[in-house]
Design a protein around this ligand. Structure first.
Ligand code: C2E
Ligand code: CA
Length: 597
């Protein structure tokens, strides 16, 4: 016969005792004095350290705690649970309601967490006559919780660190561009509410790259740190100094009372920057160019204000550097013009929009053609043919000149070789060379490739470098010029007389020819200064055994004067204007036939 509810009733007490005694959770019943009426196995073993489930009857928690502590008198924290449990019983009785506790203490020298539920129980009349309770060991769970909390805390710290790094410059520890723009936007909000002004001060160190290149990045880095420390000292706590990158720093000045304040502030920064930077036994001086834009007159958005301060900084640079400049609208127009122009020049390189013109060079004494100069023009798709004077400076500033010069060389050599092959005897081919080219590591490889298998061409080739440009970086330029010379290519100093080369210096250069600048030719033969200068250059070329050529010769008088004083080679409108390769072919054919002027 199967076991039924009836049987359960019959065995009630026995079953209940079995259940409670073998539950993993602690169970108990106490009277109102905290003395046990009932205790299960889990409680006796885990908390009370009682011999059996009978021992606790009539005793309380403190009894067991004291007994445990007595076995370890050297450790007052050996067993702290007794008092805790005893006290929470009191609380339940006082509150007269079931309660939950998380009790944390020490059992046998170890941390112990107990989750406890306690409830009062009553007699028929509703008087409290004791408490019942259950306890569960949650030590492992707690440990996991604590570990998890610690991991979360670490994660938070890491997140904070990453956030800091994402918003700060690692070298100077200053706010970076992202944080700067964020703070500027906040300053703008505030200024809008308070109807106040905010200034953006854009600072850029002058020629910082040269320090980096010549002394190394470690010196450059130290200079940037020292610079930021100096400026930090004068920036108010309410303002922001940031490093945007490289040698660019930017400051937000909040709540500007008057423009004078800005000027004074910048002067103060400039004064600080004037002092020498003593870095690794180097005493360095560096200028700075500063641009200012102001909210709300120069823009109402952070990005616009920053851009306008940048534009003003460029104006300060073009005004001669180490100065400051306030933004005005015209500046942007100029920058946009320049930016557009720069883009179309870049496109011109990709689309090979350059054509080479050639201007004859004549031996005026013998009336023979001695060579020609290749001169670039830009065949702009909309504007038409453009003179190099309009774009060479920009090409030099942006470095695009390197590609343009190489395109010119390839094109010019191509025509020149054809004239050679056709037996037209074109003489020498002079090509202008921007000094930037001499600083390119692969220039010698480029030119070697260009003249490969064309030895006769190398002998005819002359590269013209302007005097001023060589002086800007003499060391490297001379080294490369030497290599050019070793390839059998001639070198001419262009626009001679406009620079400051000393005689001693000229002797060191591997050059073959001087070209008298047209500015000394135009007023010949009347202007006494020009007479003196041109005569001196001609004598100088004789002393140094160099050839000499005059350019910009437009009249017979100019030509006669130069020839009379020993300069036979002439280039200028008097003989011919620069012309296309097609016209030059005809010129080469005709010049042999007709009498020269
Ligand atoms: P530059 O090398 O001094 O060239 C001489 C300039 O004088 C040329 O101007 C030429 O057309 C002009 N010219 C020639 N004869 C006379 C004359 O009798 N009277 C006057 N008033 N001018 C004369 P262009 O072609 O406009 O070139 C200007 C400058 O652009 C050149 O000055 C040169 O520095 C630069 N340039 C031209 N082509 C190139 C090139 O392929 N590469 C580089 N780097 N620069 C170039
Ligand atoms: Ca030239």
């Amino acid at each position: 016969m199967p076991f039924s509810l009836l049987d359960i009733n019959e065995h009630n007490a026995e079953l209940l005792s079995l259940l409670t005694q073998h539950l993993p959770d602690m169970l108990w019943v106490k009277d109102t004095n905290g003395n046990y009426i009932y205790a299960n196995n889990a409680l006796c073993e885990g908390l009370l350290m009682a011999k059996d489930t009978q021992e606790p009857i009539g005793k309380n928690d403190i009894f067991f705690a004291l007994r445990e502590r007595a076995t370890h008198s050297n450790n007052p924290y050996w067993h702290t649970f007794g008092e805790l449990c005893f006290n929470s019983d009191r609380i339940v009785i006082l509150n007269n309601k079931p309660m939950k506790f998380e009790e944390f203490g020490n059992i046998k020298g170890k941390m112990f967490y107990l989750e406890v539920y306690k409830a009062p129980f009553y007699d028929k009349d509703g008087n409290i006559i004791g408490t019942v309770g259950t306890g569960r060991d949650i030590t492992e769970l707690k440990k996991i919780q604590i570990d998890l909390q610690e991991s979360l805390k670490k994660l938070d710290e890491q997140k904070e660190m990453f956030e800091y790094q994402a918003n700060h410059d690692s070298l100077t520890d200053l706010p970076n561009r992202a944080l700067f723009l964020d703070r500027l936007q906040q300053s703008i909000h505030m200024a809008r509410r308070l109807r106040s002004k905010v200034a953006v001060i854009f600072m850029d160190l002058d020629h910082f790259k040269e320090i980096n290149d010549s002394l190394g990045h470690h010196i450059g880095d130290k200079l940037l740190i020292e610079f930021s420390n100096r400026i930090k000292n004068v920036v108010r706590r309410s303002d922001t100094l940031s490093r945007l990158g490289g040698d660019e720093f930017c400051i937000i000045l909040n709540d500007i009372a008057d423009i004078d304040f800005i000027s004074k502030f910048i002067s103060q920064c400039m004064e600080l920057n004037k002092l020498a930077y003593e870095i690794d036994k180097n005493s360095l001086h560096i200028g700075m160019s500063v641009g200012v834009s102001i909210y709300p007159s120069d823009g109402e958005q952070a990005g616009v204000l920053l851009q306008h301060a940048d534009v003003a900084m460029y104006k300060a640079k073009s005004d001669g550097r180490n100065t400051y400049c306030f933004y005005d609208e015209e500046m942007t127009e100029k920058v946009f013009e320049r930016a557009n122009f720069e883009n179309s020049l870049r496109e011109a390189i990709d689309n090979k929009e350059f054509v080479v013109y050639f201007q004859p060079q004549i031996n005026a004494k013998e009336n023979t053609l001695v060579g020609m100069e290749a001169l670039v023009r830009w065949q702009h798709p909309v504007i038409g043919l453009m003179s190099p004077e309009k774009f060479i400076t920009l090409a030099e500033e942006t470095g695009m000149i390197v590609q343009i010069d190489r395109l010119v060389m390839e094109q010019a050599l191509c025509h020149f070789q054809k004239w050679h092959e056709d037996g037209l005897n074109p003489g020498k081919l002079a090509i202008n060379l921007a000094v930037k080219q001499l600083q390119e590591d692969d220039f010698i490889d480029f030119i070697t490739n260009l003249i490969k298998n064309k030895e006769c061409i190398a002998q005819c080739l002359e590269l013209e470098v302007t005097e001023n440009n060589i002086m800007k970086n003499p060391g490297k330029s001379i080294e490369v010029m030497q290599q050019i010379s070793e390839l059998g290519i001639g070198l001419t100093i262009d626009d001679f007389g406009t620079g400051y080369s000393s005689l001693a210096y000229l002797k060191r250069l591997p050059i073959n020819k001087l070209k008298i600048d047209k500015s000394f030719v135009s007023a010949l033969p009347l202007n006494l200064d020009d007479i003196e200068i041109s005569k001196t250059i001609i004598s100088l070329s004789t002393i140094l055994s160099l050839k000499v050529i005059a350019q910009g010769v437009e009249t017979k008088e100019q030509k006669d004067f130069l020839v009379a004083h020993g300069c036979d080679f002439i280039q200028g409108y008097f003989y011919a204007h620069p012309m296309t390769a097609h016209d030059m072919t005809q010129f080469l054919i005709d010049y042999i036939k007709i009498d020269a002027p």
